[in-house]
Design a protein around this ligand. Structure first.
Ligand SMILES: [Zn+2]
Length: 83
């Protein structure tokens, strides 16, 4: 540890008013004392990842379909190119 580092500032508990809040999606007690809800962030990340996965799956399906079409065309026109 660098001895020149300043110690972190300590939060004064007397500044906390004991109020608990729900976030906009009704996740209780998550967003207290902040405007940030990690639960909402997790949901958003999950939704993004799920959408990207579905897109990748569709691209994979399309690629397989295209490969099958090309293979059939090659088989019908120049089967020697298929090894
Ligand atoms: Zn939330």
């Amino acid at each position: 540890m660098n001895s020149s580092e300043k110690p972190l500032e300590i939060f004064d508990q007397t500044h906390y008013d004991n109020t608990f809040y729900f976030c906009e999606k009704d996740h209780p007690f998550i967003a207290f004392t902040t405007v940030f809800c990690p639960c909402c962030l997790l949901h958003q990340s999950n939704a993004t990842a799920t959408a990207e996965l579905e897109e990748a799956e569709q691209m994979y399906e399309d690629t397989l379909e295209r490969l099958e079409e090309l293979t059939i065309k090659a088989k019908n026109t120049a089967p020697e190119i298929l090894v």
